[in-house]
Design a protein. Sequence first.
Length: 123
Amino acid sequence: MDRIELTEIRCYGYTGYLPEEQVLGQWFEVDITLWLDLAIAGKSDAIEDTLDYRSVIATVQQLVKTSKFSLIERLATAIAEAILLEERVTQVRVRLSKTAAPIPDFGGIITIELTRPSEVRKY
């Protein structure tokens, strides 16, 4: 299956377990992999035959900026669910990284990765 990968989508958001994370916020980085059939677009060269990834980037940015979840697992799930509303996408992988977690003596990055298939659609 074909894929589109969108990497290093940086957004400032307010998701976090600690109260100050939901007030002060922090930077997040999101990588998205979309599985979909790109055969028609590969022949037609027409944007309407593919997924306009600008809309996916805007969706990710909006969710990160406006959500105030306690867990990044919930934010990653919300991103996956929103992207899967696009009928062309058959599966999505979301990698959501908290680039500066407020953990004493920890300078690393925390990343959640989840992969979700689209629901079987009944017409």
